[in-house]
Write a protein that binds this ligand. Structure first.
Ligand SMILES: [Zn+2]
Length: 198
């Protein structure tokens, strides 16, 4: 299917971690940075087809840090911030997978920047949609203290798609079917927020 013409909405998709920072490791070996990128690329494809303009912070396995930087985490996060500022997006969506010592923890969580009404609205819409599409127990968007949310004034949410520390959820998250459900859920929420068909 050919992409539709630009619908006026620009979104930055941020796949969490990358390069030497693998993020969490699942009980059965899922590497967070890899699955974050897979979800991000799938979401990008859907949004671009629908006429959204999408910029990625990272397009491959590499981190965004300078190899010369002493603090690679800071260097990486600043590079992401630069991309966001340059893009001047309507929304930033950061994609992560969760991990918790208690293996029974499960479900997607969407975080917004504290005190930012637009971010909270988007987070609640995405969370409500995830609750419906992915059988997540009744959750609301949560206030999140993350650099990617706090470092700019852009509307921004961070989605922890699920727990790779939970063996059942790890295997779900790795299935095409569940990934597509997550993408459907996110797209349906964005359609409600922006009023643009996906
Ligand atoms: Zn993460």
């Amino acid at each position: 299917m050919a992409s539709k013409t630009y619908n006026g909405i620009t979104i930055v998709l941020d796949a969490g971690h990358g390069g030497r920072d693998g993020g969490s490791v699942g009980v059965n070996g899922t590497i967070e940075k890899q699955i974050n990128l897979a979800y991000t690329l799938a979401l990008k494809e859907r949004l671009v087809k629908a006429g959204y303009r999408v910029e990625l912070t990272r397009k491959n396995d590499d981190g965004l840090y300078s190899n010369l930087a002493k603090n690679k985490k800071v260097s990486d996060m600043n590079a992401r911030l630069e991309i966001i500022k340059k893009t001047n997006p309507n929304l930033v969506i950061s994609i992560h997978m969760n991990s918790f010592p208690n293996k029974s923890a499960s479900g997607a969580n969407t975080y917004y920047r504290v005190g930012d009404e637009a971010s909270q609205t988007v987070a609640n819409l995405i969370q409500a949609s995830l609750n419906t599409y992915c059988n997540v127990p009744n959750k609301l968007g949560k206030a999140g203290d993350y650099f990617i949310l706090n470092s700019s004034y852009y509307t921004a949410v961070l989605i922890e798609c699920g727990f790779i520390s939970n063996p059942e959820e790890e295997s779900l998250l790795n299935s095409e079917e569940y990934k597509n459900k997550m993408i459907d859920a996110i797209c349906s929420a964005l359609m409600l927020y922006f009023g643009k068909a996906i």
